[in-house]
Design a binder for this molecule. Structure first.
Ligand SMILES: Cc1cc2nc3c(=O)[nH]c(=O)nc-3n(C[C@H](O)[C@H](O)[C@H](O)COP(=O)(O)O)c2cc1C
Length: 346
């Protein structure tokens, strides 16, 4: 098995970003520049995973990662769905609807996604929201795939290490998007990236990847000197030309001059960090009552797609991290050059 620094020359991982941000063009551009691009597959069908991996390979012959959510399909009762829909009524009634359109399915089938992952056999596979089985780990390793788990505290990092993962991504509370917490209550875990590097990294023997509020080359240098083998950056790549997010969302990110993010579980049923907006405000009081991921995520899909159609960022989920005000719009190749030239690797 190759070691982390043998897989890609510069210790920069473009974080997987589900929902359309991490396009094949973004992934390929990062890997071509000597970092590790990651394709977010958590919300992709197996067919879309194969197609997008093919697109990446057309544009790039270097290592890239594919990322999955560790999840099982839920089975909510009709009463639970009705109650959840009622909690969302103050939002969907804004669109003039008589009822909330229900989704065709709650989430992708992780087993089928895992088969597609093995079929593509990327250099790296990363996982969040849970931990895979030892059989799955053995299958990945038998295919020569380097495995990265996501952790938000020590017990999770040790669980991945004990399983036999090759590296662990320590995700601080500043990070954009969903909390990866899978042991304990999400709201009880709030370690910052630097706390995780100082307190968790020394207790591990596998390489550690730091994620959360890393935006510049100087931030990368600091994380590396604090013990990280590499960094994983999301928000910085969200505003690149290759990022696939909605233009109105990108505009809001670029307009941020300070940290106006907060965490909410109202969009998806799992705590996630993004720009504050009307959806978060309207749902604030009932956010604790919405059903857990992925049910709430599927239930709000129609709202988010109507908001996208209307170019209205107030009802979209605008995931990003606390470093949003420092993210700069540019091409990915240019951003990578800038990051590499401002970071001192040792
Ligand atoms: C829009 C968005 C979507 C994300 N989706 C995923 C995902 O599908 N899987 C994952 O492991 N992490 C996901 N993340 C986390 C990122 O990969 C990365 O770890 C995080 O953004 C790092 O923090 P930063 O935003 O402060 O740079 C997402 C982050 C954002 C902003």
């Amino acid at each position: 098995m190759l070691r982390l620094h043998e897989l890609f020359p510069h210790p920069i991982i473009q974080g997987p970003m589900a929902g359309g941000a991490s396009t094949p063009a973004l992934v390929a551009a990062v890997s071509n520049a000597g970092g590790l691009g990651s394709l977010a597959c958590g919300m992709l069908s197996p067919e879309a995973m194969l197609e997008q991996a093919w697109e990446i390979r057309q544009a790039c012959s270097r290592s890239f990662a594919m990322n999955l959510f560790v999840q099982t399909a839920p089975a909510p009762t009709p009463e639970e769905i009705q109650a959840a829909s009622a909690l969302l009524k103050p939002v969907w009634s804004q669109f003039g609807w008589d009822a909330l359109p229900l989704p065709a399915k709650w989430c992708e089938d992780m087993e089928a996604q895992f088969e597609a992952l093995l079929q593509v056999s990327p250099a790296v596979a990363s996982f969040t929201f849970g931990i895979i089985s030892s059989e799955q780990l053995a299958q990945l390793h038998a295919s020569g795939i380097f495995v990265i788990g996501t952790a938000t505290h020590l017990a999770e990092a040790l669980a991945w290490q004990n399983l036999g993962a090759d590296a662990v991504c320590l995700s601080g509370v500043e990070a954009g998007g969903h909390r990866g917490t899978f042991i304990g209550e999400q709201e009880a875990v709030s370690f910052s990236t630097s706390e995780l590097l100082a307190q968790v990294a020394p207790q591990l023997s596998i390489p550690v990847i730091a994620a959360g509020n890393i935006v510049t080359g100087e931030d990368i240098s600091s994380a590396l000197s604090a013990g990280a083998a590499a960094v994983q950056m999301g928000t910085a790549f969200l505003v690149t030309h290759e990022s696939g997010i909605h233009p109105a969302y990108k505009q809001q990110l670029l307009a941020a001059t300070t940290d106006t993010t907060r965490q909410t579980r109202a969009f998806t049923g799992r705590f996630a960090r993004g720009l504050d907006n009307r959806f978060m405000q309207v749902m604030a009081e009932v956010a604790a009552q919405v059903p857990a991921y992925p049910v709430q995520n599927a239930l709000t899909a129609a709202i988010r797609s109507a908001a996208a159609k209307n170019n209205d960022p107030q009802w979209m989920s605008m995931w990003c991290g606390q470093g949003v005000a420092r993210a700069r719009a540019m091409g990915t190749a240019e951003l990578m050059r800038d990051l590499i030239s401002h970071c001192q690797t040792h």
